[in-house]
Design a protein around this ligand. Structure first.
Ligand code: HEM
Length: 403
């Protein structure tokens, strides 16, 4: 166990050398010794499940990030993007945009997407079988969400190339510590993305898609009897939608397969009983989730872990830390593909809970079931390379040999 003094010194802006490979021992030390942990520059890190849940549900925990992002991002395209997207807004903008998007990702819509995802997964598995040695991230995990989100906004296939790079650059702008290069790349990505969307939106205005299934048409037309979005709001919600479902779902699949490789007994159990695939997906989300942190700012005082925090306090919700809290999950460090109940916080909670969670679950389920049915042996074929970030957790490279 990491000692109490080291836990009290912990800072997200200068994490210990071993944190990026394995943050979980640090999270355990924070839960045990300093669960409402003061961060440099103000604010606290919440390491316990109970406090994380309370923060998600508190009416005084605002998602508006203008005060926090201004000093970090300046007056920049990245600032405009992140402070306009629904996830970093409170009502009324949040409510309006959320309702528009929700209608296109309900259970009926997801059922319609399934056949297409199954065909894509089948084709990718065939290509990987022919190669035998693959970078599982580029060759498989990243391909599925690009297709799904690209279809949701009906982006022509030939134009999807830059989406993943833009998404990574823009989301990297949310890291606790930003280099000038990251800032410049994020700003460039927002500008290029908007230039692209201007052309796409103009074309969709001339020839609208199906309001029931096409998220872009829904965002353009707004709610049937409500106000429509401004042009600027529209572009930023599109960018957010495209980003929200990309890297996250890629990392669910990548981190999940990595967890299976580290736990061969659980892989064997899953092979013997494929009915466990849905609970295995939940366990992958809990055990090593794609998003490790969320943020809120208090608009009124709140008591957490016995401490009363004043209005204005910035809360960093430790999703990865909460998801391994022994007070909520028996044997939390054990990866258990049959775990039930499993009320993890990988998709957040409360008013901003992930809109696309059932889309991501469907993609994960089809990808994992297909992979284990197709390949008798799944082995590491080189050294995996983690994407060295704190908020978003995943792999850049996961070399696998598939037989
Ligand atoms: C495994 C994959 C995914 C994970 C782990 C994930 C996680 C999250 C989390 C933690 C939030 C809450 C943010 C907050 O409260 O501050 C969120 C919000 C959101 N997610 Fe996801 N997400 C995933 C996939 C997707 C997909 C596939 C889509 C789109 C189809 C999507 C769309 C959204 C949207 C629109 C929001 C904002 C909701 C709001 O502010 O009301 N996500 N996601």
């Amino acid at each position: 166990m990491i000692p109490a003094a080291a836990a009290r010194d912990f800072q997200l802006t200068r994490v210990p050398a071993d944190f990026l490979d394995d943050p979980y021992p640090w999270y355990a030390a924070l839960r045990a010794h300093d669960p409402v942990h003061a961060l440099e520059g103000g604010g606290v890190f919440l390491a316990r499940y109970e406090d994380a849940l309370a923060a998600y549900r508190a009416p005084q925990a605002s998602s508006d990030k203008k005060a926090e992002f201004r000093p970090k991002l300046g007056d920049s395209p990245l600032y405009e993007h992140h402070t306009t997207s629904l996830v970093f807004n409170d009502p009324p903008l949040h409510t309006r945009v959320r309702r528009i998007i929700m209608g296109a990702v309900n259970q009926k819509a997801i059922a319609r997407m399934e056949g297409n995802v199954a065909r894509l997964v089948d084709a990718l598995l065939g290509e990987m079988a022919a190669k035998r040695e693959v970078n599982f991230i580029d060759d498989f995990a990243a391909q599925i969400p690009i297709e799904v989100i690209g279809n949701l906004l009906d982006i022509p296939h030939a134009e999807r190339g830059p989406l993943r790079g833009w998404s990574v650059a823009i989301l990297s702008g949310l890291e606790p510590k930003l280099s000038p290069e990251m800032l410049a790349a994020g700003n460039r990505a927002v500008t290029e993305f908007i230039d692209y969307l201007k052309v796409l939106v103009a074309a969709r205005r001339r020839k609208p898609g199906d309001y029931e299934t096409d998220v872009l048409t829904r965002l353009i037309q707004g709610e049937k009897d409500g106000e429509s979005l401004s042009e600027k709001e529209l572009y930023h919600q599109c960018i957010f939608m495209l980003n929200a479902g990309h890297e996250t779902t890629t990392n669910l699949i990548g981190n999940g397969v990595w967890a299976l490789l580290q736990n061969p007994g659980e892989l064997a159990r899953l092979r013997a009983d494929p009915a466990l695939v849905p609970s295995a997906i939940e366990e992958m989300l809990r055990y090593d989730g794609p998003i490790q942190l969320n943020n809120r700012r208090l608009t009124a005082p709140m008591t957490l872990g016995g401490r009363t925090l004043p209005a204005g306090t910035s809360l960093t919700i430790g999703i990865g830390a909460a998801n391994r809290d022994p007070a909520q999950f028996p044997e939390p460090e054990r990866f258990d593909v049959g775990r039930k109940p499993n009320r993890h916080l990988a998709f957040g909670q409360g008013e901003h809970v992930c809109v696309g969670m059932n889309v991501a679950r469907m993609e994960g389920r089809i990808a994992l079931a297909g992979l284990i049915a197709r390949f008798r042996q799944i082995e590491l074929a080189g050294t995996p390379e983690r994407d060295r970030r704190i908020r978003f957790r995943g792999f850049r490279k996961l070399p696998l040999r598939l037989t």
